[in-house]
Design a protein around this ligand. Sequence first.
Ligand code: FES
Ligand code: FES
Length: 160
Amino acid sequence: MRLSLHVNGTTRAVEAEPRDTLADTLRDGAALTALHLGCEGGSCGACTVLLDGEPVRSCIVLAVTVEGREVRTLEGLAGDSVTEALKRAFHEEHALQCGYCTPGMLVTARDILRRFPGPDEAMIRRELAGQICRCTGYMGIVAAIRRVGEALQETSGAGA
Ligand code: FES
Ligand code: FES
């Protein structure tokens, strides 16, 4: 079947079977390969994208259910100031080793900072509970998110 998906601000026509997941449809049908597939069962978070602004695990969402809704992948967050700051902080804090979890981590980290300005370590670790890093690089990941959160708080404080 032919689906019309609104992805990263543009409408795309993609071919998909009724049983196809959003993850497979984005990767195979729209060449959006930043999202990764790890567990394919909703447990690891590597496939996280935004659906109507909220993070979802695209491996357990059927593509046919998202017609008419706004999908945003990591590619679609290029240029977003918080995402770009997170990318820099991940690099500087050595928050990635193999990088397989990184796209999902970045999408989720941005969402954490959207909901909790200046989160402390405990809060970040709690909110990251659904994101699995097989390389166990959590210290750097948490440090990177914390660094960006602190910078955002300073910026918003300076403007207050
Ligand atoms: S691949 Fe989707 S949650 Fe693991
Ligand atoms: S950096 Fe390898 S899985 Fe996280």
